[in-house]
Design a protein around this ligand. Structure first.
Ligand SMILES: [Zn+2]
Length: 253
């Protein structure tokens, strides 16, 4: 266990999630910390990870300090570790993904704004294909919410290369923009509430687990949880007494 870190500021949480997005199920904590450090390692550059908007975000910090921040992100349930064979890979928790999907949708919208400003008439939209569907739908919702007709030609160009379900969603947004449809403020409010809640993180806490053998509740401490995570053990389902007894001949179902 590292020293206890203060709650990370929102900006840092977002930066770490953005970098993690580049390597989900492809890399672990070490690679993530190198992206955030702005490492010039050949492998990292070959993978184009220096194109990540938060590459080098923590360039003033040591790798050790950055790793502590990443571990804080795992402890507070923004990121999780999943094993691919023996390799520990970074994945989003549900809360981490809520935040990242939202900021990625904003990033795509920002990118469209820049393209429009620079006068690009028909940009190639293939980069939007085969992205996470949930995030893409959120992006389309956000376009509709701008009530700005300038996006319509881009939406039309995009629909030409997409799959059915995405096309339907794009056409809805085009209709919303063309007809100046009413924007449901409650949906936006609800989404923003979920976002702020997600950004709080989940402070590590002792778990109370009911033993599946004897039915007694037992405490699974933060320290034990972290130890189990590191050792890749799954959550225990039996209290210590029942676990100890198993060593003398009980058969686990
Ligand atoms: Zn028990």
């Amino acid at each position: 266990m590292g020293k206890e870190l203060e709650h990370l500021p929102e900006e840092e949480i977002r930066a770490i999630l953005r970098a993690a997005d580049e390597i989900i199920m492809r890399g672990g904590r070490a690679l993530l910390s190198k992206i955030l450090k702005g490492s010039k390692e050949k492998k990292l550059l070959e993978l184009g990870l220096d194109d990540c908007p938060t590459y080098g975000f923590f360039h003033k910090h040591t790798i050790k300090e950055i790793t502590e921040k990443i571990d804080w992100m795992i402890d507070y349930n923004f990121l999780e570790i999943e094993y691919s064979g023996k390799l520990p890979m970074i994945v989003f928790s549900e809360r981490g993904w809520t935040i990242e999907a939202d900021q990625m949708a904003d990033e795509l919208l920002q990118d469209w704004n820049e393209k429009l400003t620079s006068g690009e008439l028909t940009p190639d939209m293939t980069y939007l294909k085969d992205r996470n569907r949930e995030m893409i739908f959120l992006f389309i919702d956000k376009i509709g919410e701008t009530q700005d007709k300038q996006y319509i030609p881009y939406l039309e160009a995009w629909a030409e290369i997409e799959y059915k379900k995405v096309i339907a969603k794009i056409q809805q947004a085009i209709k919303v923009l063309q007809e100046n449809d009413f924007i449901n403020e409650d949906v936006i409010k609800q989404r923003n509430n979920e976002l702020s809640e997600a950004l709080e993180g989940e402070e590590p806490h002792d778990l109370s687990i009911k033993c599946i053998y004897c039915g007694n509740r037992f405490t699974f401490t933060i320290g034990e949880q972290q130890f189990y995570k590191k050792k890749r053990f799954v959550l225990p389902r039996r209290c210590k007494k029942c676990r100890d007894e198993e060593r003398y001949g009980y058969i686990d179902m």
